[in-house]
Design a protein around this ligand. Sequence first.
Ligand code: NI
Length: 151
Amino acid sequence: MLKILTNPDPILRRKSQPVADVSAKEIQELIPQMMEIMLRKDGVGLAAPQVGKNIRLIVIHLKDETLALINPKIIKKSIVKEWGEEGCLSVPGQYGEVKRCKKITVKYLDAKGKPHQVIAEGLFARVVQHENDHLDGILFIDKARNITEIE
Ligand code: NI
């Protein structure tokens, strides 16, 4: 069973490496395990470094759909940004407002290695940006205002 690392674990601060082979056993096993723990913890997203793997892989759960994004790359960002409340499974009990691009275009490979390019807006865009930050060692608390602690 995977364990979620919490701040200040140094693994969360490392820059993650691209996945070289999507079909590798390690990756194919990791994706469903990450989805399972994300759903169990009621998360809307989870990045591989949060489970101790410094690789560029994120999973997202929105509107009853789960999605794996491998080697995601945000290739276009809207000029318009908006503030929104965020939390993170690796920063338990803390919430804050983060300014994110309202609309982005993200390129990625799915779990079968097939390339996709999608336009994400609103919460979907926010989650992709939050999870993509994890791949670069960035936590939402680095960018947040009005951080509150909830026991
Ligand atoms: Ni997070």
